[in-house]
Design a protein. Structure first.
Length: 90
């Protein structure tokens, strides 16, 4: 297949061929391990979204603190005393 792509000299297929040649170990590793970096990519997207919401960060310490609170710790929920007695609800 690679030889035919080289001989045809189609630019789009040449780009694809180069990409496969450069990353063939990672591609094959997926089939052996069945693991991807999707979790890391998802986390990077969350950080990017968080930074966009802040429109720039001036206090780096606070930024790292907020990241840890939002993404590294399990969420905690405080019950509202108004709803603590479920039997009193209609």
């Amino acid at each position: 297949w690679f030889k035919e792509v080289e001989e045809a000299d189609f630019k789009s297929f040449s780009t694809l061929r180069k990409t496969i040649m450069n990353h063939y170990r990672d591609i094959l590793n997926y089939f052996y391990q069945r693991s991807t970096n999707a979790a890391a990519e998802s986390f990077n997207a969350k950080i990017k979204n968080f930074r966009m919401q802040l429109r720039g960060v001036k206090d780096r310490t606070f930024f790292l603190f907020r990241l840890t609170k939002l993404f590294a710790e399990p969420p905690t929920f405080a019950l509202d005393p108004y709803f603590s007695d479920l039997e009193s609800l209609p």
